[in-house]
Design a protein around this ligand. Sequence first.
Ligand SMILES: [Zn+2]
Ligand SMILES: [Zn+2]
Length: 231
Amino acid sequence: MILEVRAVAPFYKNGFVVGCERTRDAIMIDPGDEADQLVDAARQYSLTVRYVLLTHAHVDHITGVALAKSACQAPVYLHKDDLPFYDRAVQQGQMFGLVVEQPPPVDKFYDGSPILFGDYEVHIHHTPGHCPGGVCLEIRAVGEGGRGEGEGRKGREGTHLFVGDTLFAGSIGRTDLPGGNYDVLMRSITEVLIPLGEDAIVHPGHGPDTTIGRERKTNPFVAEYLASKHG
Ligand SMILES: [Zn+2]
Ligand SMILES: [Zn+2]
């Protein structure tokens, strides 16, 4: 798997290009202000970006959609519950004192079916809480089958999770923005993400990578939530 990440001021939000090393098909995730660098990275690796996939529609994750879409001629995917945020990109920008142009219309809403690029497939998990239409993108090689511990498929590509602002290394997404909900977020993390397997590599929307295992064992917010639930 080819994986390139870029982040620039003011948000330092991670944008990703994920490509198949064999067929050179690729996806772009959350193009923001670093979108030109993502387009360059795709060119450098001779990748053809087939889809622009959004984890959610907060403004930092969508300011590069117009550039990405026109450079790559690829359709833009979003969860339908975040469309109200997407449609208010200009107003979201104003909240940060930024001039933001309205991005081009969303082409498709996630419908539960996997998205394929080259030898890889993307499974979409709805993980609300940071915002209503937040999703996590689970990417693994076609035919690698499943969830779980990764035993028996050592040496092969593992599972990669692009979690947007749901989970960070040592932290969690904020829930004080419109449509945010702490309990919903914690259920998304503990009931949707953690079952995807200890070895799954987590690529948050901001900051460094982590793994599900590390967050399950050491993330203080996850520990506090699980302790409160169990009593
Ligand atoms: Zn966000
Ligand atoms: Zn963000």
